[in-house]
Write a protein that binds this ligand. Structure first.
Ligand code: CUA
Length: 163
């Protein structure tokens, strides 16, 4: 009797395992699920001397970049601040953030948007965002990064689109 239940459980386990693998294959092949990949590598000790992170800030896309985004925001995370601490971007434009860190892992989180990423030493994180409405957003570090982690905030000011 016990043996029979054991066989049933073994078969059930096999079915679940097969189902999980099948779901994974389908989501990768059909749903194009993927893990975010680093947009680039950088020497953490040399961030401040490496372009474009030696001059963080906002700039307009070049003609070559225009089909991908309208504005580029370059930011450096450092315990416990963002450089620059506040950026201004226009409403309705495609903004590409490129972010790295000079020290430990930080989080890049803008509430009520899709911006939610880890900023990892040695890695450049890119994320694309369009702010549909003007107003001020907070940029929050949501990876524990030390004693002043809770004070590591930034500001994203979205200016109204020109009419
Ligand atoms: Cu930076 Cu928490």
């Amino acid at each position: 009797m016990i043996e029979r239940y054991e066989k049933i459980f073994m078969k059930l386990a096999a079915v679940f395992l097969f189902g999980a693998v099948a779901a994974l294959v389908v989501s990768i092949a059909g749903g194009h699920a993927s893990l975010p990949e680093p947009a680039g590598r950088i020497e953490p000790e040399q961030v401040r001397d490496t372009a474009p992170f030696d001059q963080p800030g906002v700039r307009e896309a070049t003609a070559d970049e225009k089909d991908e985004f309208d504005y580029k925001v370059t930011m450096v995370a450092q315990a416990w601040q963002w450089d620059p601490p506040a950026v201004e971007v226009p409403q309705g434009k495609r903004v590409r953030f490129e972010v790295t860190t000079v020290d430990v892992i930080h989080g890049f989180y803008i509430p009520n948007t899709q911006a939610n990423a880890m900023i990892i030493p040695g890695q450049i994180t890119e994320l694309d965002l369009t702010f549909d409405e003007s107003g001020q957003h907070s940029l929050i570090c949501h990876e524990y990064c030390g004693i002043q982690h809770h004070n590591m905030g930034g500001k994203i000011n979205v200016t109204p689109a020109e009419k």
